[in-house]
Ligand binder design. Structure first.
Ligand SMILES: *Cc1c(COP(=O)(O)O)cnc(C)c1O
Length: 368
């Protein structure tokens, strides 16, 4: 039997509707030339720490072998760092990998996941991939989490709530007292994820003591990453701290061997080099405060950031031309349709380029 050119089209295997309706992945703009400032992805602009580079090269010598699927050594090292036990720790391919394990472990079609919005753009993606339903709760006008709104959005289908502090892309944290009060009001059968991807940059006095809150609330799960302050974005490693029964379920929901030996070794060595990392963080925090002062005195209304980026809220009529100006100046920033622009903090030279561009823009009488 042969096909006729006018035969009806073959019926190809059908995608799950959740997958078919996802937008195709658009890769972020990547640094193109030496003088491009890569301020779009909140990465560390520092070169990898020498001890970590060396550990990764050492681990590469055995890349013909599978990694330790249980990440035993890393979980022991993290347990020591967090004053926890290894059975409370889940390691994954980035904290996004862990988040996707959380969704597959806890969410069935029709289950609801509540998160603030605007927040990390991967949240609706992992929720939809799991077949669950996203319940975004708008930020308040001052960019803070609307915790009362989140409580009001809880239904009997709610399985997971995500709190992002400091929030990406606004940099605004949830203060300890507010988070503590919020957790008192959440049903204990709802898993509350506290995503602390930028916690190392949080210097405010009222920064949430998430470890203490986790000890008080067994339904709380902390999510952290080595991608940002630790500078291991390219190696894909993050972790969760959760009550042993929850952590065990999350580990079961992970694909075996998804965290490479290179990543495990890099993470262990990074924890050993934490003091060096914190010195770098301090430099970024100083720069963050310097940019904030400059831009405010140029007339910009920018929220206090507790992360390694700053947020310019603006509508598309301001955002689109501003993004074009950044682009032609060789500065990569992250724009969000209808909401604004996020700019990562890097070295003084790159930051000065941002300040100069925005100050010139402001004297042109346009401000965000
Ligand atoms: C960058 C980021 C992550 C980290 O993702 P990884 O998968 O660990 O690289 C998680 N949450 C938020 C809010 C982020 O901005």
């Amino acid at each position: 039997m042969s096909f006729k050119p006018d035969a009806s089209p073959l019926s190809l295997p059908a995608l799950r509707p959740e997958v078919a309706s996802l937008p195709a992945y658009v890769p972020g703009v990547r640094a193109q030339t030496l003088d491009t400032a890569a301020l779009a992805s909140n990465e560390s602009h520092f070169n990898p720490l020498p001890s970590v580079r060396q550990a990764v090269f050492g681990a590469a010598a055995t890349m013909n072998r599978y990694p330790d699927a249980a990440s035993v050594a890393l979980r022991a090292r993290l347990a020591q760092h967090l004053e926890a036990t290894p059975d409370e720790i889940v390691v994954g391919a980035g904290s996004l990998g862990v988040l996707s394990q959380i969704m597959s472990a806890y969410c069935r079609p029709g289950d609801e996941v509540i998160f603030p919005w605007r927040s990390f753009e991967a949240y609706p993606l992992v929720v939809q991939l799991a077949g669950a339903t996203s319940v975004p709760v708008p930020l308040r006008p001052d960019e803070s989490h609307d915790l009362d709104g989140i409580l009001a959005a809880i239904t009997n289908r709610t399985r997971v709530i995500i709190i992002c502090t400091p929030n990406n892309p606004t940099g605004v944290p949830v203060p300890h007292a507010e988070l503590a009060k919020f957790l008192e009001s959440v049903r204990s059968d709802v898993l509350v994820i506290i995503d602390e991807a930028y916690i190392e940059y949080a210097t405010a006095k009222d920064t949430a003591n998430s470890l203490a809150l986790y000890r008080q609330h067994p339904n709380v799960c902390l999510l952290r990453t080595f991608s940002k302050a630790y500078g291991l974005a390219g190696l894909r490693i993050g972790y969760a701290l959760a009550t042993p029964g929850i952590a065990e379920g999350l580990r079961k929901a992970g694909l075996p061997f998804s965290v490479s030996a290179l990543a495990q070794q890099a993470a262990i060595t990074s924890l050993d080099a934490r003091a060096e990392m914190l010195t770098r963080v301090q430099a970024v925090v100083c720069e963050r405060e310097r940019i904030l002062l400059s831009l405010r005195s140029a007339g910009y209304d920018i929220p206090d950031s507790q992360a390694n980026f700053l947020w310019l809220r603006c509508g598309d009529e301001t955002r689109v031309p501003l993004e074009e100006r950044f682009q032609s100046a060789g500065i990569l920033v992250r724009g969000y349709a209808r909401d604004g622009i996020r700019i990562s903090v890097a070295d003084a030279e790159a930051n000065n380029r941002v300040i100069n561009l925005l100050a010139a823009q402001a004297t042109g009488a346009v401000s965000c």
